[in-house]
Design a protein around this ligand. Sequence first.
Ligand code: 8YV
Length: 313
Amino acid sequence: MNATPVLQVGGLLPALEAELTDEFDRRVYDQAAPLSPEAAAEIRIAVTSGRTGLKADLIDQLPNLELVANFGVGYDGNDTQALAARGIKLTNTPDVLNACVADTALGLLLAAFRQFPEAERFTRAGGWAEGRNYPLTRRFSGSTIGILGMGRIGAEVATRVEGFGCEVLYHNRRPVEGSSAEYVDSLVELARRSDALVITVLGGPSTKHLVNAEVLEALGPDGILVNVARGTVVDEQALIAALESDALGGAGLDVVEDEPNVPAALLDKPNVVVFPHVGSGTHETRADMKNLVLANIRAYLAGEELLTPVALS
Ligand code: 8YV
């Protein structure tokens, strides 16, 4: 029996590419050499990552596309309207990465409140050996943490910061049943009441620039912004302006708007910490994500229910 063709769109985890090659007929989409109509017609299944995705022009070229398996919980790189219009199914990789992304949020909170990366650079640069003290920073334990997006990852962040004696508030479109954290129905109000605002909402058009100048102003000169979601959620120019005018206390970012290009204005500040989008980047979690992508494809081909379908409206 011939292996099922699977179209890879964008770079993937090497282990996932290897398993796609072993188990399926992996074909790599090359934007510079578009598929012939014959080759395009053979594709029922595509695999991509959250940040690359399938855009409408590619979806249009694939008349028999039935399933897009997305490596990542965020699927904002895909044109979901174009997929929904054709009834094409989409899967993502939720839950398996919650712990690592929440750990990353914790790392950024501690790094930004305490300026740990800058303090370490100070040691390496000889500042300590020269007899100088590193400037005092801000206490994280016991602070008030506002979570924008109390979903699965937000809930894991809440559990962790509670262990540090923090009070947790959150804002969502609707209150979350069973959450012990306090719901705040306005994002500006959440920012005003929080020492740090942690972003864990999905990316995409519905959350674009949700964290704008007004929200940053409400967070205030001692406030810290942490983003482990998507760079698009934050108005980056407003963030830079707030940092430059000391209207915001600091930021810890795992994501920026135009990855991997980090604005120079974010890199030269001791109170800003930028990670290279490593939220889910551990061997264990990436292996779990890979296995979930493959399990969804296998389930689809076996005519079984998808494990983690995305509800497309
Ligand atoms: C990955 C992510 O870095 O799950 C997501 O939405 O952003 C990350 O886990 C990404 O999908 C891999 O390219």
